[in-house]
Design a protein around this ligand. Structure first.
Ligand code: UTP
Length: 408
């Protein structure tokens, strides 16, 4: 892209300020800046202008779950189907580790968080430990695909190297890098990180499959005969990965997708709830629910919108490949975004100062024809670390680790 073309592209969307330091830049910096402008997805900026910022929802209806009791009745059957599938190496795992953990205020990948007290116990290490239980059971390594971002890729790979992959067979671990999206102020102007660098952040966890494909890993997946991918987040210490009972239940129920869910702790809990939207599976965020939806109950007194998602999904690879090119909605998310101010000084804000753009893995659920809602015991499988203190924090996760007999 030439300077003239860049000027034209930017002036069409009121972002000419990205070139304000042009005269001060050396050749290398100039070509780097032009490259970023060329790649810039200016359609995203429209979202900030759009009052609601979100696509309107279709007709929402409650969706029940395969309950813990029902699972228990068929546990043996599900487990043996799952184990057989894992033995045939038809299941891979995808660790979403491209996020920035801004709520925790870390400057390292979240997986490098030490959750131990008496001993070192890193989130990455604990997740690998959880996978090793299944590997021990089946005698087969599960291919593990780890998504990082430009911001944390090197730190993540170096850490796995330094820790000897926490005992996992490194030949079954594949890293891939997700895409970035620009960050903007409340006025819709894109921030700059340096005089030649547009401020950008990982574009959300929804792009994982496209990024996997861009990295050439879909070939690997088909070569290995992997038919199912279990996608999970980095910050749930109790995360069960490639759980044979879950895998078997999805297959036995003839579904193309499954989601682990927990019964809500109280009606107002801030979780996304699995439901139906226009007859297809979908997830409704807590802030999108009306009071009626929040409080309605069935004849037995159970909440109708009862089952919260915990970011643990099983997807069928063939179906993912078919829908890969469908666009996911973009969400605007308020965050603290470092930037250079008018005096070109670097500022790290204490409070949110603008928006990032993200696509979300939960929106992929709506692209599936069906999704098995699979209830799990909350205290055994859900200990997310999102905040520094209080709800979903290191403190609350440690309590749950203690309950589950994990030494830390
Ligand atoms: P969260 O939505 O909790 O985001 O991610 P986060 O970045 O970890 O934390 P905050 O919101 O900035 O405090 C849920 C999961 O999705 C991954 C995260 O690493 C986590 O496992 N994720 C999130 C990505 O892989 N890429 C992204 O762009 C965003």
């Amino acid at each position: 892209m030439t300077l003239e073309q860049a000027k034209k592209k930017l002036s069409a969307v009121g972002q000419e300020h990205l070139l304000r330091y042009w005269d001060e830049l050396d050749e290398e910096q100039r070509s780097y800046l032009l490259e970023q402008i060329e790649e810039l997805d200016t359609d995203l900026l429209q979202l900030v202008q759009d009052e609601s910022g979100e696509t309107p929802r279709g007709k929402l209806e409650p969706l029940g779950a395969l309950t813990i009791d029902e699972i228990q009745k068929n546990r043996h059957r599900y487990e043996s189907v799952g184990i057989q599938t894992l033995k045939e190496r038809r299941v891979g795992a995808v660790l979403l580790a491209g996020g920035q953990g801004t709520r925790l205020g870390l400057d390292k990948p979240k997986g490098m968080l030490n959750v131990g007290v008496e001993r070192e116990l890193y989130l990455f290490g604990q997740l690998i430990q959880n996978m090793l239980h299944v590997v021990d059971k089946t005698g087969k390594w599960i291919p593990l695909f780890i998504m990082t971002s430009e911001k944390n890729h090197k730190d993540t790979v170096d850490f796995f190297e330094e820790k000897g992959y926490f005992g996992y067979e490194r030949k079954y671990v594949y890293f891939f890098v997700q895409k970035m999206a620009p960050s903007v102020g409340y006025d819709g102007k894109i921030f700059m990180e340096e005089k030649y660098k547009i401020s950008s952040s990982p574009n959300g966890n929804g792009g994982w499959f496209i990024s996997l494909e861009k990295a050439g890993l879909l070939d690997k997946i088909s070569e290995m005969g992997v038919e199912w991918l279990n996608v999970f987040s980095v910050d749930n210490v109790l995360q069960k990965i490639a759980d044979p009972v879950f895998v078997g239940a999805v297959i036995e129920n003839g579904c193309v997708c499954g989601s682990k869910v927990v019964a809500k702790a109280d009606p107002n809990e801030r979780v996304g709830v699995l439901c139906l939207e226009d007859g297809k599976p979908s997830i409704v965020e807590y802030y999108e629910m009306t009071d009626e939806m929040i409080h309605s109950r069935d004849e037995e007194g159970k909440l109708l919108y009862n089952y919260g998602v915990i970011l643990n999904y099983l997807f069928n690879v063939e179906v993912l490949t078919r829908i890969m090119n469908q666009n996911l909605p973009n969400h605007i998310v308020e965050k603290k975004i470092p930037y250079i101010n008018d005096n070109a000084e670097y500022v790290k804000p204490e409070e949110p100062n603008g928006y990032k753009f993200e696509t979300l893995v939960l929106d992929m659920i709506h692209m599936m024809d069906n999704c098995l809602s699979f209830e799990v015991i909350r205290d055994r499988e859900f200990a997310p670390i999102k905040n520094a203190t209080g709800v979903d924090s290191l403190e609350s996760a440690r309590e749950l680790m203690k309950k589950n007999g994990i030494e830390f």
